[in-house]
Design a binder for this molecule. Sequence first.
Ligand SMILES: Nc1ncnc2c1ncn2[C@@H]1O[C@H](COP(=O)(O)OP(=O)(O)OP(=O)(O)O)[C@@H](O)[C@H]1O
Ligand SMILES: [Mg+2]
Length: 272
Amino acid sequence: MTKTVLELRNVDKSFGPIDVLHQISLKVKEGEVLCLLGDNGAGKSTLIKTLAGVHKPTRGTILMDGAEVSFDGPRAAQDMGIATVHQFGGTFPLMSIGRSFFVGVEPTRGWGPFKIYDRKKANAIAVKAVQDFGITRVDDGDRLIGGLSGGERQSLAIARAVHFGARVLILDEPTAALGVKQAAHVLRIVNEAKKRGLAVVFITHQVMHAMAVGDHFAVLIRGAIAADFRKGERSREEITDLMAGGETMADLEAQIEGYAEAQTDNPPPPSP
Ligand SMILES: Nc1ncnc2c1ncn2[C@@H]1O[C@H](COP(=O)(O)OP(=O)(O)OP(=O)(O)O)[C@@H](O)[C@H]1O
Ligand SMILES: [Mg+2]
């Protein structure tokens, strides 16, 4: 049996009068990738921000290792091993790889007020952690983050989270802005994190990416879980329809038709 690391039970989230999440119950398990799917505005980011301590649930409970927890902010969630990797890796382009790896946790030499940032040590640790993930192109910790590709940056951010002991890795559309090769690279790193026993929450709009790494899928429609299934239980077509909020390809074609007709009903004014 795989162990549940993080669990939501009947979580609601409202912002003032706006109800965004309704009765969300979900389990995030060790060594598994949970794919969170859903159309724009379905509540995916709100859900992971609630998992990551950015938002407090309006109602319901969050459990970590079976015990109820309440995060006093993202830092508290981080200290419990919940790491969020944002799009573009959340790093600074003009910072070196070694530096960015240790932002906030610099290894130091000496003691007391004489502590200084140990560049060589930081670089060696960062490069080793990144290469252990199979990102062999990163071999110089002095290189700037800005010189890495989008996929490498994402991978670096994931390697960093794993290095510092993350148990839950939350990825909000890490492959959204990437081409095929770069996305494949990030998906490989996601699989590697899973092999190391991390519990991964992966948000994507791309069915292929979800199917490539997902063990468990949850589809959000207007803030509620509309479907919850495991790998192999739904076809690619079914998942695509669910991701579009239950709309089918025929609905989409009808909408495009309707749009074209509306255009011809209101022709643009003739140019002078
Ligand atoms: N702080 C907030 N205050 C009020 N409404 C909010 C807030 N944050 C999110 N919402 C609303 O909640 C709904 C869900 O937003 P959310 O960002 O979670 O969607 P999403 O599934 O991540 O969409 P996308 O795929 O576009 O990233 C939207 O209607 C949004 O306007
Ligand atoms: Mg979002």
